[in-house]
Design a protein around this ligand. Structure first.
Ligand SMILES: [Zn+2]
Ligand SMILES: [Zn+2]
Length: 319
C-alpha cells in the first residue's frame, strides 16, 4: 500500500491524489505544480512574449481568478503588463457577486481593472432581453446574445488599452467539451479554431490565449481555495446550454473510470488538428476583413452580428 504522504516533499497533509498520474500532493506542492504547468504551457506554446500587455477576462469565477493570479507571477517578474476586464451583462442575483469578487481580486493583486456593463454600453440588460424573449414561441438562448456582445466588448477594450493578448480562463473540461460537441455536430469550422491561441487574419482582433487549457476544472477550484482567494461557484442562471451540459456530465462520469480520458481527448485532438486545418483552411479562410457600416467594427458582412442583434433587441424592448 502506498503511504499517504506528498510524493514531492513527504509532507503528511495530502490534499489531492491525482489518479491520472499517481501523484499525491500537499497544499504547497500542489499550488507549485499548477503554476509550473501553466507557466510551462505559456512558454512552450509561446502564448506571451516579453513586453506583451495581457488583458484578462475576469468574471470572478474560479478559472479567471486562478488565471489572473498565475499571470501576475509574470507581471511581477516584469515580463508582461497585466490588466483585467469584467463584463456585467446584467444578470440579477448572479453577476453582482462575480463583479465584487473580480474587483477585490484585482485590487488585492494591484492590477488595473475595467468594469463594463451592458446597461451603460447598450442600455439594456440580459435579464431585460430574456424577459421579452420568454414571450416568444422559440426563445433565443441568453448565451447567444451574451456571446456576441461580450466578444465585441472584449475586442474594443483590448484595443483601447492597447493590449497585445486577451487571456481567458478556459480549462481542460471546457476544452474537451468543445472538442466532443463540435465533433459530434460535425462543426469543422469551429473545430479548427479550438486551441491555445486564436489565429485571426484581421489585425483588429487581439489574439486570444488560453493558458489554463490543460488544467482540470476540479484542480483550478482547489488551487484558488488553497491560495486563499474567494470565488463564487454559482453557475449562470441562464446556463442551460443542455448539449454542453450533457457532454460535460458524460466526460466527468467517464473520467471516474478512465482518469486520463480528458487528456487523451485533448492530446488526440492536437495530433489530428493540423491535418483537418490544412485541408479545411485551403477551402475556406472565412474570417472578417470587412467593416460594419453601422459601428465600424470588423465584420464579415455589411452589418456585424452585434448591430443586427442590437436592432432586433431595441425593436423588441421598444427603447
Ligand atoms: Zn509537498
Ligand atoms: Zn456593427
Amino acid at each position: 500500500m502506498t503511504e499517504n504522504i506528498c510524493t514531492q516533499c513527504g509532507n503528511k497533509h495530502v490534499i489531492i491524489h491525482r489518479k491520472y498520474n499517481g501523484q499525491r500532493l500537499c497544499s504547497n506542492c500542489f499550488k507549485d505544480s499548477i503554476e509550473k504547468q501553466v507557466l510551462t504551457t505559456i512558454k512552450k506554446e509561446k502564448l506571451v512574449t516579453k513586453g506583451d500587455k495581457v488583458l484578462v477576462g475576469l468574471s470572478g469565477g474560479k478559472d479567471s481568478v486562478a488565471l489572473l493570479k498565475i499571470l501576475n507571477i509574470l507581471k511581477e517578474k516584469n515580463i508582461i503588463e497585466l490588466e483585467a476586464v469584467t463584463i456585467d451583462e446584467g444578470i440579477s442575483g448572479y453577476r453582482e457577486e462575480g463583479v465584487r469578487i473580480a474587483r477585490e481580486t484585482a485590487a488585492q493583486l494591484n492590477i488595473k481593472h475595467h468594469i463594463i456593463s451592458f446597461k451603460d454600453k447598450y442600455n439594456f440588460t440580459i435579464d431585460r432581453i430574456m424577459e421579452e424573449e420568454m414571450k416568444e414561441k422559440n426563445p433565443q438562448h441568453a448565451c447567444t446574445y451574451c456571446g456576441v456582445f461580450r466578444r465585441q466588448i472584449f475586442n474594443q477594450i483590448a484595443r483601447e488599452v492597447k493590449a497585445t493578448k486577451l487571456a481567458t480562463g478556459h480549462n481542460l473540461d471546457d476544452e474537451t467539451q468543445s472538442i466532443l460537441m463540435n465533433y459530434m455536430e460535425g462543426n469543422v469550422n469551429n473545430m479548427v479554431r479550438i486551441g491555445y491561441k486564436t489565429q485571426s487574419s484581421d489585425k483588429r482582433f487581439t489574439q486570444k490565449i488560453k493558458p489554463l487549457r490543460k488544467i482540470p476544472e476540479k484542480e483550478i477550484g482547489l488551487y484558488v481555495l488553497e491560495s486563499g482567494f474567494e470565488v463564487h461557484f454559482d453557475g449562470c442562471p441562464y446556463a442551460h446550454e443542455s448539449f454542453r451540459m450533457e457532454i460535460g456530465d458524460f466526460l466527468r462520469e467517464t473520467t471516474l473510470k478512465h482518469p486520463t480520458m480528458m487528456y487523451s481527448i485533448l492530446n488526440g485532438f492536437e495530433k489530428i488538428k493540423p491535418a483537418i486545418k490544412k485541408d479545411y483552411m485551403t477551402k475556406k479562410t472565412g474570417l472578417p476583413n470587412g467593416t460594419c457600416e453601422i459601428c465600424g467594427e470588423p465584420a464579415s458582412q455589411k452589418i456585424c452580428k452585434s448591430c443586427k442583434f442590437l436592432e432586433k433587441i431595441h425593436e423588441k424592448i421598444g427603447e
